[in-house]
Design a protein around this ligand. Structure first.
Ligand SMILES: [Ca+2]
Length: 486
């Protein structure tokens, strides 16, 4: 239904709509490291996610949802500011570039000023404390899986239970105790799909009898790729996490890779069951309290994840498994139900979309960094992007992925690894969706490579990206993987 028609029919709308402000409540749900196809509504064969599927059935599922920086802290800062990493300055998970500047403005701050009750619960993972929230209850850093400590409005609180259930409890408490005379904006942020994937007791035996097939590129090596990839430390064979979980140390590297892959996927899917159940608890609360109709729900993840492509896990690179994320949007009054949209949408767009629906003017400093999804969600024809820029700056650091920028259209992708020795990759996603053949130096694609490079430079000009580290030498990245703290 078009927005115009929707407003025209408001007089005949249910009482809960007529009685409420037209400004929608905002429920922004973000998981961690959930890749785009880790939902049953995206065709996943093993995972059952009835509540994610419900959002897709009652709203729009963007099948081409991307992050412009596939790394936890920078992506979260991009969601909050609607800006690229090079502008908001949170370019890394590591100390020194993982905190907001004191003057950084975020969309929750703008909503709070506009009269919203604002809150965040769950994983925050930005070094500076949340600002712009009436209430906050976050996991410190990555947080713990079992009986986590949380920081609630600055004070430490010892919780009992699995992290996703605890975060779900906090989301429900926040909604129950909120001031009822204001619209709310709740950021509801899960942790568990992040390594090292420790499920709750009730999910600990799921998928025991499943043997997951390998992706087609499982055994394709990286020796012919640029150094920024070749020297990365993201091979499933080297995962350090599963020594205590049935992967003996004496196995050959090849055997360990195969067994790690099974243990990894089994646990990755197990923890997503906990995410979906706790998403369902909050969606049920909205239903039971007459809030579903007037709440804009956005569901996404901070980055994608490799599931064995090129033998890898983790994210960071600009390859498809890493940059693609779930993007679900439900707002029954205005957003079309049961629509799969193929428009390319970005994590940058979240802030632009939320401000648009809340009726808050978009600050000038957000311009060009993203766009509101509103015309797409409401089925109106509008000009939309046909390309976007990617960037990654965390090097040297754990996983040793070199710095890069890139540009992607619906068919082509150019990646520029910016430190010396520099490298370029050009992929035709239409004929080569697995990104096996680098066409950058192929004579017949020289013009396309030049065109894509020119597009990247135009994006950098438009977005005032004047970082000057191009050509700085790569260093010895001796920071190899260690088991994560349990
Ligand atoms: Ca993440």
């Amino acid at each position: 239904m078009q927005r115009r028609n929707f407003l025209a029919t408001l007089a005949g709308a249910p009482a809960f709509l007529r009685g409420q402000t037209r400004r929608p409540n905002i429920l922004f749900v973000m998981t961690d490291d959930q890749r785009h196809d880790a939902m049953s509504c995206a065709g996943n064969r093993w995972l059952k996610t009835p509540h994610m599927d419900r959002l897709a059935a009652e709203g729009v599922r963007f099948t081409e949802g991307f992050v412009t920086n596939a790394l936890c802290t920078p992506s979260r800062a991009t969601v909050l500011t609607g800006q690229y990493s090079h502008t908001h300055g949170v370019t890394s998970n590591a100390r020194g570039s993982n905190a907001f500047r004191p003057d950084q403005v975020t969309f929750p701050m703008l909503l709070q000023k506009a009269g919203y009750f604002t809150a965040v619960v769950g994983k925050w993972h930005i070094a500076s404390n949340p600002t712009g929230f009436d209430q906050w209850c976050i996991l410190p850093g990555q947080g713990l899986y079992h009986n986590p400590v949380m920081i609630a409005n600055g004070g430490r609180v010892q919780m009992r239970g699995h992290c996703e259930d605890v975060v779900g409890d906090q989301a429900l408490e926040t909604l129950k105790s909120r001031p009822k005379d204001k619209p709310f904006c709740l950021l509801y942020q899960f942790k568990a799909p992040h390594r090292a994937w420790e499920p709750s007791e009730r999910h600990a035996r799921l998928y025991e009898d499943v043997t997951f097939p390998h992706p087609p590129t499982f055994d394709v090596g990286l020796d012919d790729r640029p150094r920024a990839i070749r020297e990365s430390d993201m091979q499933i064979a080297d995962m350090p996490d599963f020594a205590q979980r049935g992967v003996p140390a004496h196995l050959s590297r090849e055997e360990r890779k195969k067994l790690n892959y099974q243990v990894f996927l089994r646990n990755y899917y197990r923890v997503l069951n906990g995410v979906d159940e706790n998403l369902g608890r909050v969606l049920d609360y909205l239903d039971q309290n007459g809030l579903a109709e007037n709440t804009l729900v956005i569901y996404t993840s901070d980055n994608g994840f490799f599931h064995g492509e090129y033998g890898m896990f983790d994210k960071r690179f600009m390859y498809e498994p890493s940059i693609r994320v779930p993007m679900l949007v439900r707002y029954p009054g205005a957003v079309q139900p049961r629509v799969d949209s193929r428009h390319m949408v970005l994590n940058n767009d979240v802030a632009h979309t939320v401000l648009d629906y809340a009726g808050v003017a978009r600050p000038e400093w957000m311009e060009h960094h993203g766009a509101s999804w509103r015309p797409l969600l409401e089925g109106r024809s509008a000009p939309w992007r046909d390309a976007w820029m990617y960037e990654y700056f965390e090097y040297p650091a754990v996983h040793c992925a070199g710095k890069m920028r890139g540009v992607r259209t619906d068919r082509w992708k150019l990646i520029h690894y910016i430190q010396n020795p520099q490298g370029h990759e050009l992929f035709d996603l239409q004929t080569d969706p697995e990104e096996r053949r680098n066409l950058y130096d192929v004579p017949e694609h020289r013009a396309k490579a030049a065109e894509m490079q020119a597009r990247l430079e135009r994006f950098r000009d438009l977005l005032k990206d004047d970082r000057s580290e191009d050509g700085a030498p790569m260093q010895e990245c001796g920071n190899r993987m260690a088991p994560l703290r349990r």
